[in-house]
Design a protein around this ligand. Sequence first.
Ligand code: GLA
Length: 729
Amino acid sequence: MIIHDEQNRLFTLRTRNTVYQMKVDCYKVLLHTYYGSYIESGDLSRLIRCADYSFSPNPNEAGMDRTYSLDVMPQEYSTCGVGDFRLPSIELELPNGSRSADLRYLGYDLQKGKYTLPGLPAFYGTEEEAETLVIHMEDAAAGVAVELYFGVFEELDLITRAVKVVNKGNEPVRLCRCASLCLDFLRCDMDFITFNGHHLMERCLERGPLRSGIQSVGSIRGASSHQHNPFVMLCDRNTDEDTGLCYGAMLLYSGNFEAAVECSQYESSRLVMGIHPSHFCWTLAHGEAFTSPEAALVCSSEGFGQMSRQFHRSIIKHLLREPYAHKRKPVLINNWEATYFDFTTDKLVDIAKEAAKMGMELFVMDDGWFGSRNDDNSGLGDWWVNEEKLPGGLEKLVSRINDAGMVFGIWVEPEMVNENSNLYREHPDWVLRIPGRNPARGRGQLVLDFSRKEIRDYIYGQLQAVFSSVPIAYIKWDMNRSLTDVWSAALPAQRQGEVYHRYVLGVYDLLERIRRDYPQILIEGCCGGGGRFDGGMLYYTPQIWCSDDSDAIDRLRIQYGTSFCYPPCTMGAHVSAVPNEQNGRITPLKTRGIVAMSGAFGYEMDLGKCTEEEKDEIRRQVECYKEHYELICRGDYYRLSNPFGEDLFTAWEHVAEDKREALVSAVAGSRRPASPFVRLRLKGLSPSLEYCINGEEEVYSGSTLMHAGYLLPAIKEDYQSIQLYLKAK
Ligand code: GLA
C-alpha cells in the first residue's frame, strides 16, 4: 500500500512485513527516512539528527543555518557536486562542462498496477497485484527532470525502483551516471554479502563487515559476468538463514553494473546500484529521456531464507513469462558433453532414442550444427545448417527426433562472429572495434555490434529461417566471451559512452522479437554457463544454464549461492558423465540426479554408454522429477546447510505452499573417519501435521522433524546422497 501524508509530506510504502518511507523536507529535498521491518510508522525523520558538522557544506537556501547538510542527510536519490560527498546516484555534465546534480521535489503520481519500462526487463503486476508511485524531481539549473519510480508488491514484500531522466532544456546534457537504486541507512554496523567467482565456479557467497570507505562489486565485461552477480545483500551482523534483518537488492540488468556501499563518516551507509558508471555517458538532446534498468528490493526480518523465498515467489509470479508459466517444462537431453563438435545425424538420433526410452522429452542439439563450425574457431555468424554433417538438413534430423517421441531444441550464439565465416568476410565492419586497433579475440571470436538495428535485423533474418524451417521447442542462447574494443561505427564520438548499454538493449530487443514471433519456444540463457545469470535475462529466458561446471559437488555451492535470489526452476542443471569433464570427480549417479533435479532438469551425456542398471536409475530420476515438478519448481525453497561452511552434508528442501508435501535432499561430502551422525532439522513444515517419509509406515510430526530432526543414515561412500519425500497424513 502506498500512503501519501500531505501534511507531513511523507510517502510510506507498506508491504506485508516491511515499511519504506520518504519525506520531502523544507528545502524540497527527498529524504529517505526508513526501510525495514513493519512498524506503525509516523514521521521517521525524527530519527535524523541535524548538527553543525564541519566540512559538510550547507545548501545556499539554508542561509546561515549550518546544521543542515546534504552530506549527512539520508537521501532517496543521491546527488553530486552540491554538498553530498558520498556515493552519487546521478551525475549530469552540462554544456558548460560542469558536473553536478541537484534534485528537488516537484510532485507525485499514484497508479494502480505496476509501471512498465519500454525495452527493458521489469517485474509485471496487475492492478490487483501491484501499485506504482512516481515522484517527480527536477534540477532547475540544469533543466533536467527526474522521475523516481516505485513498484510495490504488498504480499511479496517486493519494492521495485527505476529512474527516468528527461532533458527539458534546449542544450544537450550528458548523463554520466544514472543508478537504479540508492538506499541510505542511518547505521553502518552491517555485513555486505556478494556473490563472486569465475567461469566454472559462479556465485560463491562472500560476507564481510562494512568498513569505512567504499566497497563494491561490478562488471565492465559487457555482461553481468561470472565474476560478480548483480544481486547483493546487507544484513545485521548476526543474521542467519532463519533470524535477523537482511536486505536483498537485485538489478534486472545483463550488462556492466556496479553495486557499491559506502560507510561514511558519521556511521551512516549508502548502497548504490545500477549501470556501471565506467564507460557510461549518455547524451540527452532537448526532450530526450533515459530510463535506468529496474532494481528490486526485499527486506526480511526472518533471515536470508525468508528473503530468498520472497524473491523466488516474485520472480516466478511476476518476472518469468510464458511458455511454461503454468505447465511442466520438458526434461531435456543435450549432446554437448556427449559429442562436442563431433556428431552426425545418426549419432544425435541414437542419443535422442535412448533418452526417449528413459522418459526424457526434449532433445537439444548444441554447438556445431551450422556453417563451417567443426571447432570453436569458425562458423559463428553463419546460421545455416552444415549439410555435410547433417545430410538432409534440419528437416531430416528433426523428423527423426520427433519420430523418436521427442521435441527438438537448438543452440545459437547470435551476438558473435568468427573471422572465418561468410558473415565476417562480407561485413568485417559489423564487429565492435576501435578504429586503429586490432580487436582482442575471446574464444577465437569477435562481437557483433548489437547496438545497430540493421545487424540485429540481419541476424534475426538468419535465425527466423532456421526457427521457421522445423518445429522448434527450445533455444539455448549462448554468449561466449566478454566485450572489448567497444566502439560503434554508427555513433558519433560524443555518444560512444552509450554503446555498452545500447548493446544490452539490442540483445533484449532481439530476444523480445523472438518471444513475440515464437511464443511457444522456451529460451534458455547461457554465457559460458552462468556468466549472464541475472534478473534481466530471466525476463526473456526463464531458465539459464547455471554453470559450465556440471560436477554435482561443485554444483552444490554454485546452486546454493544462486538460490539466494533466483528460484530453483531458473537454474539449468544437468546430469553428466563421470569422471566429470571439468574436474575429474567421480560421484554416484543418484547424487548427480538429486542435485540436477533441484533445477531446470536435464541430462548431458552419451546415454548409449550407460549400463542397464544406470538406465534404470535414470528412468527413476526422470519419473521422480516429473512427479515432484510442482514441489520443486513452485514450492518454497529452504537451505538446510551451507556448503561453504560444512561439507559433511549439504541439504535443502522444497516445501509445498500448503505444507502437506516436502522433498528433502542431502548430499554428503567426502568420507571422514568416524563421521558424526547427522540429525537434519527440517524447516517450513506445519508443526501440527503428521508426515510419513518415503511412503513408510512410521509418522513424524512436523514439530519433531523441525526441532528434534531426522537421523540420516550413515555415509558409506564419498558423495552419497539421500532424498526424503514427506507427505502429510
Ligand atoms: C558454452 C556453453 C556450453 C556449450 C558450449 C558450446 O561454453 O556454456 O554449455 O554450449 O558453449 O560451444
